[in-house]
Design a protein around this ligand. Structure first.
Ligand code: NA7
Length: 541
């Protein structure tokens, strides 16, 4: 790629989304180049190398569907794929499709500005490179801008500080160390048992207790794997038309109609089989009805009492602040059990908040905890953070950050008015983080590829979402969320984990299948809600 020649498209990111988008556009005959800040492919699975990092989607659902040969060859060994395995998978995809040469790695895009007269985007990188392109497609992930809380004295700690989402490539040894984990979301809940197995002492700093369900990870029965592989196209079809991108059969029973004995039997079976089926497969009203939700929450709180021997610790671990499932439900391996280990201490930050990070550890309102290492498992500025970090300026030089001051306004989570020819894979307002990501990514990549092909065919240079379409979609996203219990939680889905971030529901909860149908109908109608136009005669080429 020469920096001087305008490209048809630049793609930012080399995870699942960026790899497929670059491949797709190249196959469609567009000139395309990718930029990636890491020095290799993988996206989320490049950065999240913390101990215990594993996908919560079962392995047979967590891959591309457009590579039938690889689908058959790829070994399915454990129920949930671990980080190294997913990274290897994406490296294999990049190698097979000869994609590495299409990317510049180790390059962070810091500014993307729209040149209105030419309808071209100019991209600048931290390393001083400049590229221009007709289209920009962001494939930067939803959870890639780390949330690093600013505790007083944050920089003072003389030991090792790590964030789960920015983990070093070299293995980290916790042996003989006094370690803190701050944060008990999915990342903390995966890392805590692994770190506790090595560390001399682990102190877990918990702000809000979380519900977690056993993953029940383990080796897969290879006869079942063969059967699965023989029927892949049908499983993929079901996943695409499902609620969350998994071919699970959702329950149609209501918890409020069942007897206590029936409910307990159902929850016990779901707890035993592990995974998200605890929510999807048990009762249909858990996400919608407070009384139904309480039955599932009480069941998990009962399990905590059964598992955790110290009653005070069990009390601190029991969540009461939000309905179960309304914050992202973690899946765990021996999380609650870990608190029975003599080298593990739980600190409830609601009782004794962190006052300061000191040179030697963490000081809460109760005492000083002397430490060698602090692991921040404090999450991300979800969905909007990675896009706002790109320094995007649209028509009239308007920064995306300003356009989204009141919260993100998108059409279908794919495009924004005022930012022509810019597309956001799994952007806010699409199912994204509420779904099995590869399914949603494939749908977006294919939709964007088709849209660009349609513009090329019709001779259009500029594709832009209309204000009316973006307003209507943004309202619809909130309306659908408002009938669920999700809006009752102070979650990152609501932007609540980042001080000052507008509170509104960020992903689309209407379901992967209905969303897909809606996007397909928009395309079939000739891209209703978008304008497609040509540059005026005499405009710069
Ligand atoms: P999450 O789910 O956002 O969890 C972050 C955790 O860090 C959570 O327990 C937070 O408590 C805690 N946190 C955040 N800020 C602070 C401060 N300032 N003080 C103390 N504790 C804090 O991030 P994860 O990385 O675990 O998971 C992200 C997603 O990755 C996950 O959902 C999957 O989709 C994969 P809080 O609950 O906000 O009180």
């Amino acid at each position: 790629m020469s920096d001087a020649e305008p490209l048809d498209a630049v793609v930012i990111g080399a995870g699942f989304a960026g790899l497929y988008m670059v491949y797709r556009l190249r196959e469609q005959g567009f000139s395309v180049h990718g930029f990636e800040r890491a020095d290799g492919v993988g996206g989320t699975w490049y950065w999240n190398r913390y101990p215990g990092a594993r996908c919560d989607s079962e392995i047979m659902y967590y891959s591309f569907s457009f590579l039938p040969d690889l689908e058959q060859e790829w070994p399915l060994t454990e129920r949930y794929p671990a980080q190294p395995e997913i990274l290897r998978y994406l490296e294999t995809v990049a190698g097979r499709l000869d994609l590495l040469k299409e990317f510049t790695f180790g390059t962070e895009v810091t500014a993307i500005e729209y040149d209105e007269p030419a309808s071209l985007w100019t991209l600048r990188t931290a390393e001083g490179r400049i590229a221009t392109a007709r289209y920009v497609i962001t494939a930067v992930g939803c959870l890639s801008t780390a949330n690093r809380p600013l505790f007083p004295g944050s920089d003072a700690f003389a030991g090792v500080s790590l964030h789960t989402g920015d983990w070093p490539k070299e293995p980290v040894d916790f042996t003989g160390k006094r370690v803190a984990v701050v944060g008990t979301g999915s990342s903390g809940i995966q890392a805590i048992p692994e770190i506790a197995a090595q560390a001399e002492h682990l102190t877990v700093f918990q702000r809000t207790a979380q519900f977690t369900i056993p993953a029940e990870n383990g080796p897969l029965n290879q006869e079942m794997v063969e059967l699965w592989k023989a029927n892949y196209p049908e499983w993929r079809r079901r996943a695409r038309h499902s609620r969350a991108g998994f071919p699970y059969v959702p329950s149609i029973n209501h918890a409020v109609d069942a007897s206590e004995a029936e409910r307990n039997k159902t929850y016990e079976a779901a707890w035993g089989s592990g995974g998200f089926t605890f929510l999807f497969g048990s009762f249909a009203d858990i996400a919608l009805d407070e009384a139904a939700n309480k039955t599932a929450a009480d069941f998990v709180r009962g399990k905590i009492d059964e598992i955790v021997r110290d009653p005070d610790t069990a009390g601190m671990l029991k969540p009461w602040d939000f309905p179960i499932g309304t914050k992202r439900l973690p899946l765990d391996t021996n999380y609650y059990e870990t608190f029975n280990q003599p080298n593990v201490t739980l600190v409830d930050l609601k009782r004794t908040p962190i006052e300061e990070i000191t040179a030697t550890g963490i000081r809460t309102s109760a005492c000083q905890h002397d430490l060698d290492m602090i692991v921040y498992a404090t999450g991300y500025d979800a969905l909007t953070g990675p896009l706002e970090a790109l320094g995007i300026r649209g028509r009239g030089g308007l920064p995306l950050k300003d356009a989204w001051r009141e919260g993100p306004r998108t059409y279908l989570g794919l495009a924004m008015p005022g930012f022509p020819n810019l597309f956001t894979i799994t952007g806010p307002g699409s199912p994204s983080v509420l779904s099995n990501m590869p399914v949603s990514i494939e749908q977006h990549v294919e939709w964007i590829g088709d849209c660009l092909a349609a513009a090329r065919e019709s001779g259009a240079d500029i594709i832009e979402a209309t204000e009316a379409a973006a307003s209507a979609w943004t309202d619809h996203v909130q309306e659908v969320a408002s009938v669920t219990l999700h809006v009752k939680a102070a979650s990152w889905y609501m932007g609540a984990n980042i001080p000052g971030k507008p509170r509104l529901f960020l992903p689309y909860i209407g379901g992967v299948g209905p969303y897909r149908d809606h996007c397909a109908a928009v395309a079939a109608s000739g891209y209703e809600g978008f304008t497609m136009s040509c540059l005026p005669a005499g405009a710069p080429p």
